[in-house]
Write a protein that binds this ligand. Sequence first.
Ligand code: CP
Ligand code: NVA
Length: 304
Amino acid sequence: MKQDLLTFTNWSKDNLQALLDSALDIKAHPEKYATALAGKSIVGLFEKPSLRTRVSFDIGINKLGGHFLYLDMESGNLSGRESGKDMAGNLGCWADAIVARVFKHSTLQTLSENTHVPVINALCDLYHPCQALADYLALAEKFDDLSSVHLAYLGDGNNVAHSLMIVGAILGVKLTIATPMGYEPDSSIVDWCQSAAQSSGSTLTLTNDVNSLKDVDALYTDTWISMGDSTPLEQIKNQFQPFQLNETLMKQSGAQWAMHCQPAHRDLEITSKVADSEQSLLLLQAENRMHAQNAILLWLLAKN
Ligand code: CP
Ligand code: NVA
């Protein structure tokens, strides 16, 4: 049976660790994988803009000997000209996998249910799993044991926060999510992660008090307003300002590393000083998108 990558919630700790190991091996020995996707074609359907995801899939697939076809759906939702159901069925006639960035998670489920090829979530309203895998790959390169790492996320309890929580809870990473009041992560995802964290022996703490962050290894932030959200910045800026990733918070929390999935809004959610500092993992995270996604593609396509 085909396997998709929509959320990572159906992955075991051992399989996630194996996926990280595979990504590290692809990164260290690219020559071993130069024909790993020879003859395979992967379609990218993007309802929203992208730099990192689009380019890292395209170039990454090329490095594995495969072919990436980008379908620009940015002018409207997938269902504009024909239904997502019909699109998925047709794409499965030619493509070996579908990578999709969509507004609604339900669109990914429709694609998955109507095609026999794997569907990979390249960001939706609720999750960004490829990002989270790349982020933990970056941390795995900095720390010997992820289960001894304390990652604190600051800002909006959004898709990036959800995927960091899911993958982190499975891997046994200690997590703290600090958000302004009213911007907490989705409560059903929090419940799922609390139970996963209990199984892996880690903890997930939610707080609205940014000054409570202590003994942190890495501080992570993302945009305060995600794609598709038309809230004016002025409306939320004051509430989010204390959650800015800046030098003061790095020192106060004890963090060694600063993280951001990018695109970054400099001197809003992260200061330029931190983003450009020696403590910044931003470019390592971006680089690792490609290696993480290549590991995902090999895993899913090998299972078919
Ligand atoms: N981090 C990330 O997904 O970047 P893009 O939106 O540029 O793809
Ligand atoms: N939370 C952001 C992530 C961008 C990579 C968004 O959804 O726009």
